[in-house]
Design a protein around this ligand. Structure first.
Ligand SMILES: [Zn+2]
Length: 145
């Protein structure tokens, strides 16, 4: 069981799609990020004529939350208009979500609000985490690197 309203979070992620700026892909994505204290930040994809600068909905929500001082999260819901596939975060977003822990929930949904739920660490197994850098720094201090 979950300690938050899964359907409400998924619904918010679908509502966030309405703000997607996606004139190039025409693929609107929405995200709703639930912080540990219960605040919800939404995000949408924000594309750019310089394609590599496009920002995903998940990272938009994450940046909004972190820039407001949040670093602990319970869940993020992700929404697209795909009816045959759950909305899975891209690799870059998986890495950015993992930065804030491997044990919080990612809710990948469809427009009918059905969803698949995995932990951030399950979405990016063997990911590069802050712990890896700390281990490296410890090695430098001990003269091992
Ligand atoms: Zn992404």
């Amino acid at each position: 069981m979950s300690d938050f309203d899964i359907e409400a979070l998924i619904r918010k992620s679908h509502e966030a799609k309405a703000h997607a700026y996606c004139p190039y892909s025409k693929f609107p994505v929405g995200a709703a990020l639930l912080t540990k204290d219960g605040t919800i930040y939404t995000g949408c994809n924000v594309e750019n004529a310089s394609y590599p600068l496009c920002l995903c909905a998940e990272r938009t929500a994450l940046v909004k939350a972190v820039s407001d001082g949040h670093r602990q999260f319970r869940a993020i819901a992700v929404a697209t208009d795909m009816v045959n596939n759950f909305a899975a975060p891209c690799g870059a977003c998986r890495q950015c979500l993992l930065e804030f822990g491997a044990e919080w929930d990612v809710l990948m949904s469809k427009p009918d609000l059905s969803y698949k739920m995995l932990k951030t660490g399950e979405l990016l197994p063997h990911g590069f985490t802050p712990d890896a850098l700390q281990t490296f720094q410890d090695g430098i201090q001990n003269g091992k690197n």
